[in-house]
Design a protein around this ligand. Structure first.
Ligand code: SF4
Length: 490
């Protein structure tokens, strides 16, 4: 996968993709603003959501052990996976033990993150996606491009073509003469998936939340497909990131208000499924919970970056991001696109690869993502923090061990410019002389930078140097001491 600028360069030239994204993100963001404005206490809810998550993260080890005890007591089995390979191995062995060769899946970002479908396919096991958008992505040999609407980059005509051409290869074919009317597309998917649900013996899910005190897992969704996946199979395997935990059932009341309004602009989501271990004569007979670390403990060790673990995957930050709207989700090269992907992926995977080192720069730092985030993650702050890590290197935690990473390649000019700026700012006389010189020569300044700087100025306007620097203006209007002419207030 190329670095973000190269991938975005290709996607921004796709006018159909940009039109699809613009239409979808603008529609969702407008609806979200209305849904949020209905609540007078939204800012209090937001602060409560952030506080609950922060407290939970501070005591994460204790809550996870409490969860393990509660799940086990309720008849479930808990497995700990340090990384993607371990999680894939655990799930593959669990499926093999059932003797099945097919599984149904309810949308799960964690399984996207670890590449579970590919690992199962290598072991001869076929995973069928049952979320409508995930089904579109799977049938189209595509990748998800949005957290909530993985097929956001497709319009109705494209979906009709995918259903008509590919459904038969995966099971029940699309009806003859399928149109691109939403009701027809939904009916085709319903018939196709119903067959899968009724035959499946193993289901794989993620979870939006896990409740430590009761061992309960929670999935919120809009279609009801998830509920079928969670209740019909004999064996249920849930793969969940360790940060998805909340201490008590009561904490859910905050998140079950924040999440639907931020994601689908609904007052409450249509289906909220909860399950606690196993129950005789109802639901799966066997339940396995795979707790996934995969870089989360290392992220927690970073006092600035750990905010990203508060994320409840609502996707509000994607829908307001001007960069995501033009580049699309595939350019981020990970299961987590948009602003949250730009801060989460480089922390989970590190910044050693060219792609991961480029992600903290996939932002204009406009701050719109922070404004809408229901758990108040200061995404711009983390982006700047990660840019510093890319350029300067420094101490990080890798699999629980503190280590020092080197600066990423290709940032020598940036580093030199920052050091020169620091030196100039430490020497006021030099700075003043430079500013005056720049003001007096402003007529001769180029509109584009020469040499390697050209790529930067090709897409930006260089700022105009003012006739007079702020320091000179201050001295001229306030005098040498800076107090002349200043009004005093009492
Ligand atoms: S970072 Fe905030 S706005 Fe973005 S998906 Fe996560 S919770 Fe939602």
């Amino acid at each position: 996968m190329p670095a973000f600028p190269a991938a975005a360069d290709a996607s921004t030239r796709n006018t159909q993709l940009r039109a699809n994204l613009r239409h979808a993100t603008h529609t969702i963001r407008a609806k979200r603003a209305t849904a949020v404005a209905e609540l007078d206490d939204w800012s209090s809810l937001r602060a409560a959501g952030a506080a609950i998550k922060d407290r939970t993260l501070r005591h994460l080890d204790q809550y996870l052990e409490q969860l393990e005890r509660a799940v086990t007591a309720a008849g479930g089995h808990v497995h700990w996976a340090a990384d993607a390979d371990e999680a894939n191995r655990i799930v593959t062995e669990l499926v093999r033990a059932t003797g099945e060769r097919e599984v149904v899946k309810v949308k799960s970002m964690a399984t996207q993150e670890i590449g579970l479908n590919g690992a199962l396919a290598t072991a001869g096991i076929t995973a069928y996606e049952t979320d409508l958008a995930e089904l579109i992505v799977q049938l189209g040999d595509d990748l998800p491009s949005h957290i909530l609407v993985p097929a956001i980059h497709r319009n109705r005509g494209e979906i009709r073509d995918i259903f008509a051409e590919r459904m038969a290869e995966w099971g029940r074919p699309a009806p003859e003469g399928l149109t691109d009317a939403p009701a027809d597309l939904a009916e085709a998917a319903r018939l196709h998936l119903r067959e899968k649900f009724l035959n499946a013996k193993v289901g794989i899910s993620g979870a939006n939340f896990m409740v430590a005190e009761t061992g309960t897992l929670v999935v919120v969704e809009s279609e009801g497909n998830g509920r079928m996946c969670l209740t019909l199979p004999e064996t249920l395997i849930s793969v969940v990131g360790i940060e998805k935990i909340v201490p008590s059932f009561q904490d859910l009341e905050v998140f079950l208000q924040l999440l639907p309004r931020s994601s689908t602009a609904e007052r409450m989501n249509p289906y909220t499924s909860t399950w606690t271990g196993t129950t005789d004569a109802d639901g799966p007979r066997t339940f396995h919970l795979v707790l996934l670390d995969n870089g989360r403990t290392d992220t927690l060790a970073d006092t600035v970056g750990r905010q990203a673990l508060r994320c409840i995957r609502c996707s509000a930050c994607l829908n307001v991001c001007p960069v995501y709207e033009r580049a699309g989700g595939h350019a981020y090269g990970s299961a987590y696109p948009g602003p949250i992907g730009a801060i989460l992926t480089p922390q989970l995977r590190g910044v050693q690869s060219e792609l991961d080192a480029s992600l903290p720069y996939a932002s204009s730092l406009c701050g719109a993502c922070y404004e809408v985030c229901p758990v108040a993650i200061d995404i711009p702050e983390i982006l700047v923090h990660l840019r510093e890590r890319v350029v300067e290197g420094g101490p990080v935690s890798v699999r629980g061990t503190r280590t020092v990473i080197k600066p990423a390649k290709g940032h020598a000019a940036e580093r030199a410019a920052m050091r020169a700026a620091r030196w100039a700012l430490d020497h006021p006389r030099v700075l003043r002389t430079g500013q005056r010189l720049a003001s007096r020569t402003r007529r001769f300044h180029p509109r584009r930078l020469p040499g390697p700087g050209r790529a930067w100025s090709d897409t930006r306007e260089l700022p105009k140097v003012p006739e007079e620097s702020f320091r000179d203006w201050w001295r001229r209007t306030r005098g040498e001491s800076g107090t002349e002419g200043r009004k005093t207030t009492t």
